[in-house]
Design a protein around this ligand. Structure first.
Ligand code: C2O
Length: 602
């Protein structure tokens, strides 16, 4: 226990008032804690789809450990890299105020933690954030198996949810599975310049469930035979009490696919997304893009005698694509053991929800666009004055095959993804943040990321798809430099070059307000009227409509270097990224402190 900061004996009014403020401060901060973890990252052998697969995992767990904190806590994670790969870990959605060094993206905020014993301690505060976030590897494709939940509850002792307290909660992490090393999947993609192979199954909490083929079928069969132990090894199960309400913390950790999520005969009330509270939104389908989280209340109000599948299914936004996987977990009701009637009922086949069509963009768009932010005292509101406006086009393109791309088709060229036609190159000698701190960007990055695309064209027209003159992409490591506290509006505009697609665009270091979204080309005259400047949702990842646009706004109140990128791992290594460099502010509390002593160097 800290000592009370002052003793209120002086009756002079001003001093008494100051004492009161100090006391309030003391009471609010009294319970801030340090949440400490050690992550040993190494090989783990697991059985999936009838075969043994070596994956990279944390502390021998897959998914990795859950970090649980309260608003105001400090999180400290000691990472020990025992894996054969370079590693870094990103705390997705954590604002990292004045702790850019702990953000994690490889070669952006740090050099990697070296294999065979390299270490780094990530230290950051979680202040002013509540809800569900997550952590994942931010190098190569390692995040396919190196991930876990990061949950921030309201501050103790008086913090409360802005909704009725649920009876229980469950973390539901959705992922993708490959029957091979994901590092090889990425290497192959880069050698051919043609994009990575699809995963072979989806997962819920690391398990394949039914629908994955192989063991998926085994899980279904075991579940149907009511062989609980066998089914549980393959399929996540959640047991609920009739009539109670549960908070589902849903995370999309999949590498490349947005997902639909449903539970048969149950519906949800969404209360938060990306650890930002929303107005309650009722729906029977959750749509979630890689990087995003959704907190949803689910009332256990279905017939308790039956069992129900939860299912996650690919939402495929690319025209003519056919990949559509589904996976399941099982929802059962707690039963009175003496009730043989309901036991018999439970032995019936579990009910499967009716899923949207795998290319149902209308359902996806209506979910994404319907959420609004919950207005709360003291919470940030939309900046109404904009200092800097940017139009950023993004999507796929082509570059000539590089000499190292030995399997690249020379006539077709290599896939390159870009923002404003610059395909982002990760530096190799020094991280962007270290170069920024040294005030020596030369040779690492340039400050000429453009505010507009180099040519204006009909971005989303089908005739654009194969226009050779628009396809070619330049390469560079370009940042946009912002003054401290500058307000920025970015229109994110998808292009149809090589096919329009819904890309989840993620910004590090900030939550942004998502003001509007739509299909086709953004048109300032027409679309500014549709901006929600009252209660827009706040997010860290926005799923920009296929062949469409989204408008985001944020205040650059966090000095450091912050990457903004597509959260599809099929696109990030091909360059669908840029970075903001935010200068220090005028006061000591607006200056990025120096890096910690164990900060990894290249
Ligand atoms: Cu969750 Cu830069 O990513």
């Amino acid at each position: 226990m800290a000592r009370l900061p002052c003793t209120c004996t002086n009756l002079h009014l001003a001093i008494a008032f100051l004492c009161l403020l100090n006391l309030i401060n003391y009471l609010l901060l009294a319970d801030a804690a340090i949440v400490e973890h050690t992550f040993h990252v190494g090989n783990l052998s697991v059985q999936r789809l009838g075969q043994s697969q070596v994956i990279t995992a944390v502390n021998g767990q897959f998914p990795g450990p859950k970090i649980e904190a309260r608003d105001g806590d400090t999180v400290v994670v000691h990472v020990v890299n025992l894996s054969p790969y370079n590693l870094s870990i990103h705390w997705h959605g954590i604002l990292q105020r004045l702790s850019s060094w702990a953000d994690g993206p490889n070669m952006v905020s740090q050099c990697p933690i070296r294999p065979a014993g390299g270490t780094y301690t990530y230290r950051f505060n979680v202040t002013g954030q509540e809800g569900t976030l997550w952590w994942h590897a931010h190098v190569s494709f390692l995040r396919a198996t190196v991930y876990g939940a990061l949950i921030i509850r309201p501050a103790a002792p008086r913090g409360r949810y802005p909704f009725p307290r649920p009876h229980g909660e469950a973390t539901i992490i959705l992922g993708e599975w490959w029957n091979t090393s994901v590092v090889d999947v990425e290497r192959q993609a880069l050698l051919t310049g043609a994009g990575p192979n699809n995963s072979v199954a989806l997962t819920i909490n690391g398990l394949i469930g039914a629908g994955g083929g192989g063991c998926g079928a085994a899980a279904a069969a075991a579940a149907e035979n009511n062989n609980a132990a066998a089914a549980a090894a393959h399929q996540y199960q959640l047991t609920v009490e009739p009539g109670r309400t549960y908070l589902l913390r849903i995370i999309n950790a999949a590498l490349n696919y947005q997902l639909f999520f449903k539970v048969a005969n149950h519906s949800f009330t969404v209360v938060a997304a990306d650890a930002c509270y929303t107005d309650p939104y009722h729906t029977d389908v959750i749509v979630i893009a890689p990087g995003q989280t959704v907190d949803a209340l689910m009332r256990a109000d279905a017939h308790p005698g039956r069992r129900y599948y939860m299912a996650a299914q690919v939402y495929q936004s690319l025209a003519n694509a056919t990949y559509s996987a589904t996976t399941t977990a099982l929802l059962t009701y707690l039963q009175d053991a003496s009730d043989s009637h309901s036991r018999q009922e439970q032995e019936q086949q579990a009910l499967m929800p009716t899923m949207p069509a795998f290319n149902d963009s209308a359902t996806a768009q209506s979910f994404y666009a319907s959420l609004t932010g919950l207005l709360q005292d003291g919470a940030p509101t939309v900046p109404l004055h904009v200092d800097t406006r940017m139009l950023v086009t993004f999507g796929l393109g082509v570059t000539p095959c590089a000499p190292a791309q030995t399997l690249c088709n020379r006539t077709r060229g290599s896939v390159a993804a870009s923002m404003n036609n610059v395909s982002f190159q990760f530096p190799t000698a020094m991280s962007l943040l270290e170069a920024h701190m040294r005030g020596a960007p030369d040779g690492v990055y340039t400050r000429d990321f453009p505010d507009r695309p180099p040519v204006m064209f009909d971005f989303t027209s089908d005739s654009t798809t194969a226009n050779r003159s628009l396809m070619f992409t330049s390469k560079g490591t370009k940042v946009k430099t912002l003054r401290y506290n500058e307000t920025v509006e970015v229109v994110l505009q998808n292009t149809a070059i090589l096919g329009a697609e819904n890309h989840p665009v993620h910004l590090h270091g900030f939550n942004f307000f998502s003001l509007a979204q739509g299909t086709g080309n953004f048109n300032a005259h027409r679309h500014v009227r549709a901006y929600n400047l009252v209660n827009p949702q706040q997010r860290n990842t926005v799923a920009v409509p296929t062949g469409g646009w989204a408008v985001i706004r944020f205040t650059a109140d966090n000095p450091g270097v912050w990457i903004m990128h597509c959260h599809l791992d099929a696109h990030l290594p091909f360059g669908l990224a840029m970075a903001f460099e935010v200068d220090d502010g005028p006061t000591p509390d607006a200056v990025l402190p120096p890096p910690p002593p164990d900060y990894p160097r290249c």
